[in-house]
Design a protein around this ligand. Sequence first.
Ligand SMILES: [Zn+2]
Length: 326
Amino acid sequence: MRAKRSKKYRKLMHQYELTFGFREAYQVLVDSNFLQAVHNFKMDLMPALERTVQGQVKPLLTKCSLAAIMASQPINPKTGQPYRPFHLPPPTILPLRHCSHNERSEPIDEVDCLLSLLSPNADAKKNKEHYILATADPAVKKVDRNDNQQRKRKRDDERAEEQALRRARTLRVRARAIPGVPIIYVKRSVMVLEPMSTPSENIREGVEREKLGVGLPEKPRVNTEDAAEGAEKKKKPSVKKAKAPNPLSMKKPKKRTQEPGAAKTPKKKDPTEVSKESETAEKPDGEEAEAPKNKRRRRHHKSGPREGNEDDALSTEAGPAMEVDA
Ligand SMILES: [Zn+2]
């Protein structure tokens, strides 16, 4: 069962690599609930993460997540600072991801912070930095409050827990809406990698369609980037068409010696030669240099003897015929 799951996760991360450009070591944004769950279920952060994504990871904690963790900690009366919680790994294992959402760079709501990093542009949802989100449902505190006096406080706690649960769910729902965000989630003491969300899956299918559809005319474009790629691919056939003018460019030096010999040469050419010539013919200088020459000659012949003009006409007829041969 475990081997089957690891194979599935390796395949899934491979799809994120192909479709969205993920690379090891994967950057993993861990949130406060995730760290709490890892601690509660006695998991080892790094090995558990690396087993889940089947690759090297670089876990990161945002400043706002750290603030959320410290906010729920009791204050040490000696220092006046909150106690460092057991579930917070040292910065050597879990470095801070500096984030600033406002001028004074004060911490903001953890969920808002994470979502802003996963998709910096709210309109064009894109996980540019290739972050993985590692999250969990908040831990449920087991507190026995049977006192009549504390019943109200119990209700308040339950309400707070419900709210925290709703926030955790909101984070996952909104992260799934951003294409290309792998989500690691602690589910009943097991760390899981969620299947691709529908928006991610749609992009992945679009990429695969693009690969299959290479060379097919009038294929539907997914977005502007794909359209640009398609345009590049379309240029390639036109390069091949550029073979046609090459025999003309080759003909000129040979025209001085033998006309029929020149007509045969294009057939003998091997493809490598043709491609080399097409490269030279592509250069705008070469084309521009040729065109005026023809014009000059015509002007010259008009004023000159008519015999020369007829030769020129023959040679231009040979041109298109050779194009067909080539
Ligand atoms: Zn932040």
